[in-house]
Ligand binder design. Structure first.
Ligand code: GLU
Length: 286
């Protein structure tokens, strides 16, 4: 099987160090396997998006030597595919409409397999997946064996929101299959989403890729570097310092002689095997 990897940023800000690490890690795994590296812009949550962010991220990647093999897929163009998947789940009786508010759930999970709140005055429902009491197990290539009781961890999770937007979990699964992704390499903050995605793949009869979750980059105070919390963007006009830091963060050799991003990446790739990556869940960004 030909390896196909991807980098799937949400356009909520400029490319920052944490997302550069995910981009570099997924690029190295794909190139090491002689496979393709694809891009996907996860623009399905308009209220969280920052205007210009998608363009800014897509323009920054080549400046860091990270060229994709195909034009980026935009999730905002994929509504029909998510709808088809949703209809498939609906026809199989796997989803139910839900009018519960956050208050109704009091911060807890939805566990009933049906909505107990009376449908109110024409309000649109969210749609939840009916989640049985099962353990989802998989072996992460870096984080090792994982085991999650889906019902206790996620409950009946939302796959279509009240506003009609499809949830990340559904869109991600539909698009990983559509793009033929064989391995998902991303930050460890998404490790606990993976069982939900594997379960959705089973419900939709889609293949399950392998998973590799990179250590999460933390700031000086031990918080996740997140684009939406205005983490410092990396500077595509001066790519070498951030790229060196990203390689160093991933315990990869940093060439002292390379003069451009392509040279730095080529040197790292020469010495790269996925099992050289750090087997930890998080670490401070230097
Ligand atoms: N869009 C997500 C993010 O930017 C990543 C999703 C994924 O890699 O599955 O954090």
């Amino acid at each position: 099987m030909n390896y196909r990897g991807r980098f799937a940023p949400s356009p909520t800000g400029h490319l920052h160090f944490g997302s550069l690490v995910a981009a570099v890690g997924s690029w190295l795994c794909a190139r090491h396997a002689g496979g393709a590296w694809l891009l996907r812009v996860e623009d399905i949550d308009p209220p969280r998006e920052m205007p210009g962010s998608a363009e800014s991220i897509l323009a920054a990647l080549p400046a860091f030597g990270l060229a994709a093999d195909q034009p980026a897929l935009f999730q905002s163009q994929r509504h029909a595919a998510y709808e088809a998947a949703f209809e498939q789940l609906k026809a199989a009786g796997m989803v139910f409409p839900c009018w519960c508010s956050r208050n109704d759930l009091a911060g807890g999970l939805h566990l009933d397999g049906q909505c107990l709140a009376a449908p109110a005055d024409g309000r649109e429902p969210a749609w939840r997946l009916r989640v049985p009491d099962i353990e989802v197990c998989f072996v992460d290539a870096l984080q090792g064996p994982q085991n999650q009781n889906l019902r206790l961890s996620a409950g009946d999770f939302v796959i279509r929101r009240v506003e009609g937007y499809y949830a990340y979990q559904l869109a991600c699964v539909v698009d990983d299959a559509f793009q033929g992704i064989t391995e998902v390499v991303r930050g460890n903050d998404l490790l606990d989403s993976t069982p939900r995605q594997i379960f959705l793949q089973r419900c939709l009869k889609l293949p399950t890729p392998t998973y590799l979750h990179l250590p999460l980059a933390l700031d000086g105070e031990g918080r996740k570097l997140s684009k939406s919390e205005r983490a410092h963007p990396v500077d595509p006009t001066d790519p070498l310092p951030a790229l060196r830091r990203a390689l160093d963060f991933l315990d990869l050799p940093v060439s002292s002689t390379a003069r451009d991003p392509a040279g730095l990446l080529a040197h790292a790739l020469d010495h790269f095997t996925p099992d050289r990556l750090p087997h930890c869940s998080e670490r401070a960004a230097a």
